[in-house]
Design a protein around this ligand. Structure first.
Ligand code: PTJ
Length: 266
């Protein structure tokens, strides 16, 4: 059943994302657990104010510089990310010369194919990681995420992992790769273990990554290195956590709750 979301509904955007995920689930793209994972993300998004924070913007800039400087960048795609932002995955891959690889925790041949088809429909020329194409293995990883393409994630120097579970991030970092994670939960293992963590909703972060890639793509490698060197992931994560802490303190002040929802934080 598809519902009509009133444009003036105070939570219209959040409802629209839910509908996208439900449609993705019905189309065989999103895993059942993906709907639950989105709920956890929503809770953190609520605490962050449901907008891209200044520290997320900084992380996005460092992430783009890292992707542009990479020799073998790969964007790893799971069910939720495909359902929420397929066209931006393709645009970012084009802009940064990255490969696109399907990598699923709840891997089935049907879901791999459905995600590949969706990405191709929005312009992807090549999608790695489907069926026998994922013939290599990430060492020390038990889950289905260990299956990777020998010319893709296995040999990548930079991997963008929007919406992830922590094991693989840790394993990829151990293999010497730079991992860029997008995760609304700054406390998650993924967020804590990644090289660069973008604490934002993938539905907002992906279009911004594309926009910043358009801005930075003609910069010199020296300038891109400067952007990367200026960025400190631990400090940036700390800032996201502090932001949540401050918002919670403000929310606890009587009468401020609705003002904060409108974004009036002063
Ligand atoms: O498509 P598959 O088979 O690879 O499965 C994907 C899921 C998401 C089910 C799988 O990776 C999983 O179980 O993930 P976790 O361990 O629940 O972690 C998901 C993380 O993403 C959590 O920390 C959430 O807070 C965060 N998250 C959820 N929705 C969003 C998000 N972060 C950014 N944007 C979102 N929209």
């Amino acid at each position: 059943m598809k519902i009509e979301i009133p444009k003036d509904h105070p939570r219209a955007e959040s409802l629209r994302l839910r509908e996208k995920l439900i449609e993705g689930f019905e189309a065989g793209i999103v895993a059942r657990a993906g709907l639950i994972a989105h709920g956890r993300g929503e809770a953190f998004d609520y605490l962050l104010g449901e907008k891209t924070t200044p520290c997320a913007k900084e992380a996005i800039k460092a992430a783009v510089a890292t992707l542009l400087i990479a020799k073998r960048p790969v964007i790893s795609v799971n069910g939720n990310t495909a359902a929420l932002t397929a066209n931006h995955i393709v645009a970012l891959a084009e802009m940064t010369n990255a490969k696109i690889e399907v990598n699923l925790f709840y891997r089935t041949a049907e879901r791999e194919e459905a995600i590949k088809k969706l990405l191709e429909k929005v312009g992807a020329k090549k999608v790695l990681g489907v069926r026998k194409d994922a013939s290599a293995c990430i060492p020390e990883l038990g889950s289905e995420r260990r299956r990777v393409n020998p010319q893709g994630i296995l040999v990548a120097d930079v991997v963008l992992v929007p919406l992830e579970d922590g094991d693989r991030t840790e394993a990829l970092v151990k293999m010497g790769k730079k991992v860029i994670a997008i995760d609304l939960n700054p406390f998650s293992r993924t967020a804590q273990k990644a090289t660069i963590t973008i604490v934002d909703n993938v539905s907002r972060a992906m279009p911004l990554l594309v926009q910043v890639a358009r801005e930075l793509r003609n910069e010199t490698p020296e300038k891109l290195q400067q952007v990367i060197q200026k960025f400190d992931n631990a400090q940036n994560l700390g800032e996201s956590i502090n932001l949540i802490k401050e918002r919670l303190s403000q929310l606890a002040v009587k009468g401020r709750f609705l003002d904060l929802q409108k974004g009036e934080t002063k």
